[in-house]
Write a protein that binds this ligand. Structure first.
Ligand code: HEC
Length: 146
């Protein structure tokens, strides 16, 4: 088994789920699709898990449909905008710009998973997946003080 996938399994099960069910952000209660931030995040996590499952089971359709689900949950932009409270001492941080940049990057990377699959470059797809996860965690790191 490729090392990167092992790491992914550990990361997705241990790290993304940290802080279970506590919505620490009071400004993000209800968003445009009626999903809270935590719900959006959980859906993103779920689709990442399914993408990974598609890799393990070598199931192209599973990967592709999970990427579509993933992308559908990127449209809830409010979920990605960190609040002043969360940012504490980071005065020069621009939450909206950061959110926009990250969402765009995640959309692009997830597109690349599909294009890699279509060109039968599956190992490359798993590396892109790891990059996606790095971006998820980079934002979490800002607020979780890792
Ligand atoms: C721009 C910031 C940002 C990005 C990017 C981001 N998240 Fe989050 N995420 C948050 C915030 C804020 C929380 C809530 C605070 C906390 O739980 O510490 C959160 C919480 C979560 C949670 C915990 C939900 C719960 O029930 O407590 C999961 C799971 C999660 N994110 C998954 C992901 C995944 C998967 C990605 C990448 C595809 C991602 N996040 C990208 C900001 C982000």
């Amino acid at each position: 088994m490729k090392k990167i996938l092992l790491i992914s399994v550990l990361l997705s099960s241990l790290m993304l789920a940290e802080n279970n069910a506590t919505d620490t952000n009071s400004t993000n209660k209800e968003e445009k699709e009626g999903l809270t931030r935590v719900e959006t995040m959980q859906k993103l996590e779920k689709s990442m898990e399914t993408i990974q499952k598609g890799f393990f089971y070598n199931n192209t359709e599973m990967v592709k449909s999970a990427v579509k689900d993933f992308q559908a949950n990127l449209t809830n932009m409010d979920a990605f905008i960190l609040s002043v409270k969360e940012l504490e001492n980071k005065r020069n941080f621009k939450p909206k710009e950061y959110a926009g940049k990250e969402v765009k990057a995640l959309a692009k990377l997830s597109d690349e998973i599909i294009s890699s699959y279509e060109r039968d470059r599956k190992y490359r797809a798993t590396r892109i997946y790891a990059n996606m996860m790095d971006r998820c965690l980079a934002c979490h790191k800002i607020i979780r003080k890792w």
